[in-house]
Ligand binder design. Structure first.
Ligand SMILES: [Zn+2]
Length: 135
């Protein structure tokens, strides 16, 4: 099978990495698709050759988890401090941190959302049955 090398290396079949959280990203380019072969032009689409499971969450979910843990800890601190007259400054600071963290979490969620929408605009792999994959 002739391997067509061209400058159009950014289309056709790619590997797909699927994270534990269900998010995914494109992996390496693998091969050109049939339609490009025949027509000699770009198919302009990324297709999934195969899906490789990744045993951790995507970077956005990892970040969100981390911030969420900090948020929870700060909220617990605030809960202890806000009734203590000697800790009012700390309580106020904790409240401020909570607002900041909540904002950061929202930003990361929006980033993840838009990244997912921009990725190849199509072909969000149909939720593959995990049962079938494991069978
Ligand atoms: Zn994720």
């Amino acid at each position: 099978m002739p391997l067509v090398r061209s400058k159009r290396d950014n289309m056709c079949y790619y590997e797909q990495y699927r994270f534990e959280c269900g998010d995914w990203k494109w992996g390496n380019f693998k091969r050109h698709c049939q339609s490009e072969y025949r027509m000699g032009e770009t198919c302009g689409m990324k297709l999934i050759l195969h899906t490789l499971p990744v045993p951790n969450k995507c970077q956005w979910c990892e970040k969100i988890d981390k911030k969420t843990r900090r948020y929870e800890k700060t909220r617990a601190d605030y809960g202890r401090w806000y009734q203590d007259p000697s800790r009012q400054a700390s309580a106020a600071k904790a409240l401020e941190d909570m607002h900041a963290l909540a904002g950061e979490i929202k930003t990361i969620q929006a980033e993840r959302q838009s990244r997912m929408q921009n990725v190849g605009n199509v072909r969000r792999a149909a939720p593959q049955s995990r049962a079938a994959a494991q069978a």
